[in-house]
Design a protein around this ligand. Structure first.
Ligand SMILES: C[S@@+](CC[C@H](N)C(=O)[O-])C[C@H]1O[C@@H](n2cnc3c(N)ncnc32)[C@H](O)[C@@H]1O
Length: 265
């Protein structure tokens, strides 16, 4: 298992170097005060002022720091040291208080020393995790009783397709690890980088049952037929400003979100 994480860490370090200067992430607008968060997570979490928030797989920290700008007391964790170093630099430069920790999600309880009001994770996260039962157990332990967990994610149906959305390539359920060699990154497809990566497809029932099994109750569940991000091939932008796959517009789900509450200690 460690080899999977080592390979993925190297992949994410390479991606981060490109992502942080990409038009996709638009760090300049963020520096000038633009939030990187979306309607879905704003609506679900509401007022976060003074709430403690643990952000799992925070990449280079834009969303974490956006929550801090909303008044949350934030901790962001990520496997990539390149991403965490960039997040720390942004926090320092913009004078936004935040704690950033470089660690594997599966080791996070060794690094945090309190329970949180909110655990947040979003868009391109659980596919890097082989074991959702272990993931949900950690979320359950990291939350205070009554604390809220929020996940916004790309829909598992998306990950069944080949890169160009021409045919079904992968199983819907988590049948086996997927090994791929990639070039570029979703933020800049022509970037001169190449790397290997390991990922896992997770069905909706796998996500929901893992959370239920670890003391979380589902408060809200949504599926959306568009993506906020233009991070796939063969996309088209709708009048609403959101992205869909050409030829499959409004025929497939593209994102989903789960809001859950930790019921007891
Ligand atoms: C798509 S990004 C996060 C998305 C975030 N919404 C963004 O775009 O800023 C996925 C992140 O997961 C991190 N990651 C992958 N596997 C991980 C693991 N096992 N533990 C912690 N972080 C991990 C990667 O380093 C990467 O920063």
């Amino acid at each position: 298992m460690n080899n999977f994480f080592e390979v993925n860490k190297d992949a994410w370090n390479k991606r981060t170097i490109v992502n942080k200067t990409s038009a996709f992430y638009d760090v300049e607008s963020f520096k000038q005060g633009k939030s990187s968060l979306n309607k879905l997570e704003f609506k679900a979490l509401g007022n976060v002022e003074e709430k403690s928030l643990l952000h799992l797989q925070c990449h280079f920290g834009m969303d974490t720091l956006s929550w801090a700008r909303e008044g949350a007391v934030v901790t962001g964790i990520d496997l990539s040291d390149e991403a965490i170093n960039t997040a720390k630099q942004l926090s320092h430069k913009l004078n936004i208080p935040a704690e950033f920790i470089c660690c594997n999600v599966y080791d996070v309880l060794q690094h945090i020393h309190k329970q949180y009001d909110i655990v947040f994770t979003s868009y391109g996260v659980i596919g890097w995790l082989p074991d959702l039962d272990k993931w949900a157990a950690i979320i359950g332990k990291a939350l205070k009783p009554g604390g809220i967990f929020f996940l916004a994610e790309f829909h598992p149906v998306i990950w069944m397709f080949d890169d160009n959305f021409q045919y079904i390539k992968y199983a819907y359920h988590n049948e086996a690890v997927i090994k791929e060699t990639q070039t570029g990154t979703y933020a800049d497809r022509n970037a001169d980088i190449q790397y290997e990566e390991y990922s896992w497809n997770h069905s909706l029932s796998e996500v929901i049952n893992a959370l239920l099994d670890h003391g979380l109750s589902i408060l809200q569940f949504e599926e959306l037929n568009y993506s906020y991000y233009n991070c796939f091939n063969n996309t088209i932008r709708g009048n609403d400003g959101y992205w869909r796959i050409k030829g499959l517009e409004n025929k497939i789900p593209m994102m989903y979100a789960v809001k859950a509450i930790k019921m007891h200690g």
